[in-house]
Each structure stands twice: as structure tokens, then as C-alpha cells.
Design a protein around this ligand. Structure first.
Ligand SMILES: [Zn+2]
Length: 249
């Protein structure tokens, strides 16, 4: 059932005139050939330019992060509908957002998009890997625009932690810190590409930092990270500390 559900939801997206996934009926999605899972207003929020964003506090070792929008309103709704409800048609606008963020992070290319892996249990429960889907869609979008781009799911969740005894220094670091491991293929591909990490949302930056660290340990430099949205974190004064993130409505 868990693998069938997203397919059914995608079919429903295609077959049924549904409400906008961003504002839940506040706007009407297009119809026929112009069909979109988002109304024009919500599509415009996701269609903005990429901005450089920083979490507060900013963890050391975080690569430059580029985002399209603040994690709020229609953007948050669309990301959750794609990830949790399997509204797969949203991969098009969300992947397009990732593509623009990745281009901003590594404008020279060629680009190698590396999705941050989700926990396996979460992927099983949802029936799909939403972040990887965004990376696949973003790479296809970039290619359609004439850029050289591909995606490689090179990061894996480490399965358990080994005994530290008998491990070398680099292996110890990887073992303890290492929520993530890197596939051997990445080392080869990274020599010909600019590597950009892909995630749906940046909150504290801890996940992206860990991903970048895992790549550095494997000898792979990270040019940047591309996310659809970044959370706006409030400091005690009440000031919003992501001035580059556009306000979502
Ligand atoms: Zn809408």
C-alpha cells in the first residue's frame, strides 16, 4: 500500500481538478494543458530568484546555501504535500526551484546534484524519497535549459556505529560523526563536476553541514547547497535573521 499510495495520489493529481497544493483552494490551478498543482500566485512564490541564506547560528563547515523562499505559507504546504502526501506533480515546480538554487550556487557547472538522504524508515513510510525526486527533477530541468547537470544519490545513511577500536583517525571521525557515508562513484564524478548538495528545507544547517563533512572526508569539495526553502529563525529581539529570504505569504 505504501508504494501504491503516491502513485494513486499522482493519478488523482492528473485526473481530478484539485485545489492548489500551496493555498488549499485559495487559488485555482490551471486546467487542461496548462494544468499545474499550484495556482499562479503560489507558483510565483516558488518561481522567484535564488537567494543566499544563512541559519542563525551558522554552523562551522556549512557550505554556501541558496534558497528560493522562506519555509512558510504556500511553500511549506507544497513541500509537505509533495513529501508526506505523495503529490508528485509538485516535483516540477519544487524541482525547478532547486534547479535555480543549484545554478546560483555553482554557476559555472557542470553540475552534480547530490541529494541529502532521508532516513530509510521515513522513505518506506512515505513510499518515495522526496529529496531525491527533487534532485532528479532539478537535474532534468537544468539539462533542458542546456546546462550540463546530473544527479547522483551518493550519500547513504550509515547503518549503526562500529566499535571505535581498530579504526584509523579518519575512520573514527566518520564513525562517530558519520550519520552519512559516501559512495565510491562520487569521487570519480566529482572530478568533472561542481558538487551541489540538495535538500528540501534548511533549518539549523546541521544536516547540510554533516553532508558536506562526509563529502570532504571522502576528498570531495562541495561548491554549495541548494534548497527550496529556509526557515526564518527569530532571535530574542524578534528580528528575522534571514534577510535574503523572501517573505512567503
Ligand atoms: Zn495557491
Amino acid at each position: 500500500v505504501r508504494t501504491v499510495w503516491p502513485l494513486l495520489a499522482a493519478l488523482a493529481d492528473l485526473v481530478l481538478p484539485s485545489s492548489c497544493a500551496g493555498c488549499d483552494g485559495g487559488g485555482a490551478p490551471g486546467t487542461g494543458l496548462g494544468w499545474s498543482p499550484l495556482c499562479p500566485v503560489c507558483a510565483a512564490v516558488l518561481g522567484g530568484a535564488a537567494r543566499r541564506v544563512w541559519p542563525d547560528p551558522c554552523p562551522a563547515g556549512l557550505p554556501p546555501v541558496w534558497a528560493i523562499a522562506a519555509y512558510a505559507g504556500p511553500v511549506r504546504a507544497a513541500l509537505l504535500a509533495h513529501k508526506e502526501d505523495g503529490r508528485l506533480a509538485l516535483a516540477a515546480p519544487l524541482g525547478g526551484a532547486v534547479a535555480r538554487a543549484a545554478s546560483a550556487g555553482a554557476p559555472l557547472g557542470p553540475l552534480l546534484l547530490v541529494p541529502v538522504p532521508s532516513a530509510r524508515a521515513a522513505v518506506r513510510r512515505r513510499g518515495h524519497d522526496s529529496t531525491r525526486r527533487l534532485a532528479v527533477t532539478a537535474a532534468a530541468r537544468l539539462r533542458s535549459q542546456g546546462q550540463v547537470a546530473r544527479q547522483l544519490p551518493a550519500l547513504r545513511q550509515a547503518r549503526g556505529v562500529a566499535d571505535q577500536a581498530g579504526l584509523g583517525a579518519a575512520e573514527r571521525t566518520r564513525n562517530v560523526t558519520g550519520a552519512l557515508t559516501v559512495s565510491e562513484r562520487l569521487r570519480v564524478q566529482a572530478q568533472r563536476h561542481q558538487v551541489v548538495l540538495v535538500d528540501d528545507v534548511m533549518t539549523t544547517g546541521a544536516t547540510l553541514r554533516e553532508a558536506a563533512r562526509a563529502l570532504r572526508v571522502a576528498g570531495v569539495a562541495v561548491a554549495g547547497a541548494a534548497v527550496v526553502a529556509a526557515t526564518e529563525r527569530r532571535v530574542p529581539s524578534g528580528a528575522i535573521r534571514l534577510p535574503d529570504a523572501p517573505n512567503a505569504r
